[in-house]
Design a protein around this ligand. Structure first.
Ligand code: ATP
Length: 711
């Protein structure tokens, strides 16, 4: 440990102006900012100002307080190190700054405006954000990743090429075409940092950027950050959180945070001086002791209750926490460590500092002061290209997108809508003593004149002729000698129904037809003969679909039989038309897309880069439209060309209707994606929607049979 009282006195001269108290009304000025001009301290404009911020998270019934009257000030051109133990609320503060979260009481101002306000540029190109999680497209390579953000930020190709070359060298990244998934954890974090640095924003928000980075590179990163704030009229402001408290010695100003408030905020030197400690960790420990070390969760809870979070009082004096008294720094000693974590002025030699300076001078100025430009189409295009690229990378998804619909249609056409096969049907033909009809003629002679059954063998055994029109591949006849036995077989499940015809079926049917032709009035037909000429059908309707199919087949056979018979009698007969409607529902693929991006942290990054929810949704909608178009083409091609499903109307209307179904599916998918946090939730909701849709759509049962309200 070494130090001199002269050093400390110099420091005190500067820190007199700093007043680094959390709730101090005096203006805080960092060491680097305390430049004298005409003998007067020139105050840098404020980049970030957080006043009396309160916030809590709600998880079910549980409210977790996170910010408890936080005050924080960051001036333009500063590197601000936000330090504190895990869970104290650092990330929450950063998210409030970039506009991802809002505070419940108090205010947050970035460049003088609330984040998210129109024209503030935050979220947008004025800010570069590196979240704690990786938040990168792992299936992309570095170039593809940075190109996505280049499009969002509207950088020219030349600017991008220069910056890419610099970042590759500076961050020691491997080949720009290597997939991120094949990189080490440290390389992935550096790629994530490259995204935040790409457009050289005015405000850089870095949430633990040096985790998993080796000391040499960590030092180079700090060096670069320092250059960014030093070289351009102090326009670039950096807020950085880190677990390595000592590396924050290189910041212009540090805020020490605990339990949702700042215990102290000042330059590292001033803090070391005031507390007479050799390092910032010891300073933090001292501050914790002052704040009430070993403060248990219970004590904290009590403190929270004393000062309710949802207090809308504007009286700052009531809400602010007790300031840490740093005023007693008189006579303190500046304690210098052995060069580790020295101030920016004593830079650690950066491996690529020259490259850094070159690059920054060539490109930074182009972005400084740039407000959120009106680049809607550019950002939508960026999101669309990114989504197409992601699809291209995921072969499985591509298969899902285009091959699955074709497979589904094929399965649908093969498995659904076909007639059931080989259904046993009990036949009781008493006219033929219950025996099969082998040997009986089934054809009427051409141009036969009706002369009566006695003299025309072709009109005998009409029961057999009727049975000959039955499609045996669907209704397989099983002959029984009595109705009772046949009925028993149906009851036992050996047959799906009974067709029975009486002893004199042909004669009675002939008489019935003859008499109706002669009298032109069916009501005059003898009732006994009428009954004896009927074909009796009794069905097992436990499976309604099979029962309906068989009834239809029996009716079709009867229609054909009568058509032939009546035409042989030179009578007219009108045949009814059949129609078959196939209805399908397209499933939108989009239900998972937003969830995946959100869970990977990519969505936040995209928001903070300035893409609005509307632009993001539009991009996904347009991509879905293209996907739908191809799906519909594949589906209709299979249905119409391969499976020959008849289309009686306009093909364009069929195409349009199918597209509209796809659009409906996509829209539902986007809504599900927006409201669900996990893929499991989305799957459950999608399934939950599917069944009511299926049941109410009329596919299974006609809508006409439903209660009016359901229709
Ligand atoms: N979405 C959330 N819902 C409920 N609680 C949350 C949520 N996000 C954070 N928290 C809680 O809020 C507190 C502060 O979290 P935050 O991430 O801001 O801490 P941190 O200081 O950044 O921690 P670390 O250094 O470990 O990243 C923690 O107790 C955390 O569990």
């Amino acid at each position: 440990m070494s130090g001199t009282s002269d050093d400390c006195r110099n420091m005190e001269d500067q820190t007199e102006q700093q007043q680094s108290l959390v709730n101090g009304n005096s203006v805080a000025i960092s060491v680097n900012d305390a430049k004298l001009s005409n003998g007067q301290a020139k105050e840098s404009p404020m980049a970030i100002k957080i006043s009396n911020a309160y916030k809590h998270y709600t998880c079910g019934q549980k409210r977790t307080p996170v910010l408890l009257g936080l005050d924080m000030e960051v001036k333009k051109g500063q590197i601000y190190g936000l330090l504190g133990p895990s869970g104290c609320g650092k990330t929450t503060v950063l998210k409030c700054i970039v506009g991802k979260l809002t505070v419940e009481t108090g205010s947050v101002r970035v460049f003088g405006e609330p984040p998210g306000s129109p024209g503030s540029g935050v979220p947008g190109p004025r800010v570069g954000y590196m979240p704690q999680e990786l938040a990168i497209f792992l299936e992309f390579n570095i170039e593809e990743t940075l190109t996505y953000f280049r499009r969002i930020f509207g950088m020219t190709r030349q600017q991008y090429e220069d910056r890419l070359a610099f970042l590759m060298k500076f961050l020691d990244l491997p080949s720009k075409t290597r997939s991120l998934i094949n990189m080490s954890g440290g390389q992935q974090r550096r790629a994530s940092l490259a995204i935040a640095l790409l457009h050289e924003p005015e405000l850089l928000i870095l949430d633990e950027p040096t985790v998993g980075v080796d000391p040499l590179l960590r030092s180079a990163i700090w060096n670069h950050l320092t250059e960014m704030t030093d070289c351009f009229g102090k326009h670039c402001t950096i807020v950085i959180t880190t677990h390595y408290i000592e590396e924050a010695r290189q910041a212009n100003r540090v805020g020490m945070m605990r339990f949702g408030k700042l215990l102290a905020e000042d330059s590292p030197e001033a803090l070391l001086c005031r507390f007479s400690k050799p390092n910032l960790e010891d300073v933090f420990l001292d501050l914790c002791l002052q704040d009430g070390d070993l403060e248990t969760a219970k004590v904290r809870e009590e403190r929270t209750q004393r000062r309710p979070i949802l207090k809308f009082s504007k009286k700052k004096s009531e809400a602010k926490p007790k300031p840490t008294d740093l005023e007693d720094g008189e006579g303190c000693q500046v304690v210098l460590t052995n060069g580790q974590g020295s101030r920016p002025k004593e830079k650690v030699s950066a491996t690529n500092s020259a490259a850094s300076a070159r690059s920054t001078s060539s490109t930074v100025a182009k972005y400084i002061g740039q407000k959120k430009p009106n680049l809607t189409s550019q950002r939508v295009t960026a999101c669309m290209i990114k989504t197409f690229n992601r699809m291209k990378k995921r072969v499985g998804l591509l298969v899902y997108q285009f091959i699955l619909p074709a497979l589904q249609v094929s399965l649908f056409c093969l498995a659904i809508g076909q007639d059931p096969k080989e259904l046993p049907v009990a036949i009781v033909n008493l006219e033929n003593q219950g025996q099969p009809c082998a040997g009986h003629p089934t054809q009427c002679p051409f141009d036969m004149t009706f002369v009566g059954p006695e003299v025309n063998e072709h009109l005998q055994n009409l029961s057999c002729r009727y049975l000959s029109f039955m499609d045996a591949s669907i209704a397989r006849p099983v002959y029984y000698e009595s109705y009772e036995v046949a009925h028993e077989a149906v009851k036992n499940g050996d047959a799906w129904g009974v067709i029975s015809m009486g002893h004199n079926f042909s004669r009675n049917l002939y008489d019935r037809i003859f008499e109706s032709v002669a009298n032109e009035d069916l009501t005059t037909v003898n009732l006994e003969k009428f009954n004896a000429s009927q074909i009796q059908v009794r069905m097992d309707i436990t499976n309604q679909h099979i029962a309906f199919t068989l009834q239809l087949k029996f009716a079709e056979a009867f229609q054909l039989f009568m058509e032939q018979l009546v035409s042989s009698l030179k009578m007219s007969f009108r045949r009814a038309d059949n129609s078959y409607t196939l209805q399908g529902m397209a499933l939108g693929y989009s239900a998972m897309i937003i969830i995946l991006e959100r869970n990977e942290g990519l969505l936040d990054r995209t928001w903070i880069a300035g893409v609005t929810p509307g632009e993001f949704a539009l991009a996904h909608f347009l991509v879905s439209l293209v996907v739908n178009f191809l799906q519909v083409v594949v589906t209709l091609t299979f249905m119409i060309l391969v499976f020959q499903v008849p289309n009686e109307g306009s093909l364009w209307l069929v195409f349009l209707l199918t597209m509209l179904q796809g659009v409906a599916g996509t829209t539902i998918g986007l809504i599900i994606s927006a409201v669900c946090k996990t893929q499991q939730d989305a799957t459950q909701i999608a399934l939950g929607i599917f069944y009511p849709n299926l049941i109410l759509s009329g596919i299974i049962w006609p809508v006409e049979s439903m209660p009016l309200a359901l229709r």
